[in-house]
Design a protein around this ligand. Sequence first.
Ligand code: DQA
Length: 145
Amino acid sequence: MATTLLVLNGPNLNMLGTREPAVYGKDTLADVEAQCRAAAQAHGLELEFAQTNHEGQMIDWIHQARGRVAGIVINPAAWTHTSVALHDALAAAEVPTIEVHISNVHKREAFRHHSYVSLVAIGVIAGLGTHGYTLAIEHFAKLLK
Ligand code: DQA
């Protein structure tokens, strides 16, 4: 059976490429998906990629990942800093999770310094641009070898 990774993206990330390019760069979400698929393919991993602006949808996807995928790479976007529900969904799913942020949230406003997701993540990558997604996939590839 193929090993599957799930890459999840939270609110406003559908606007990548045009959204505050000085902060988030010029890559679109389609570019990020292509990078993720290339990284997964290089390691013989299946990849699912999704984005939503609806918190309940994100929580449903996380529940459905339980027992089904080997790892989650998530950019929870603004829900990082607000959502106990997202924390609880990831805790319930019991799937190893890597949290990714395109920007260095620790260099930004104080409200971005706290993450509910970090408490349930095996690791966090922030500030390396969209390359952070590739690095997270490569880390899972190494863990799954
Ligand atoms: C983000 C950082 C968050 O603070 C912000 O709300 C986002 C994107 C990032 O990728 O840098 O939407 O997760």
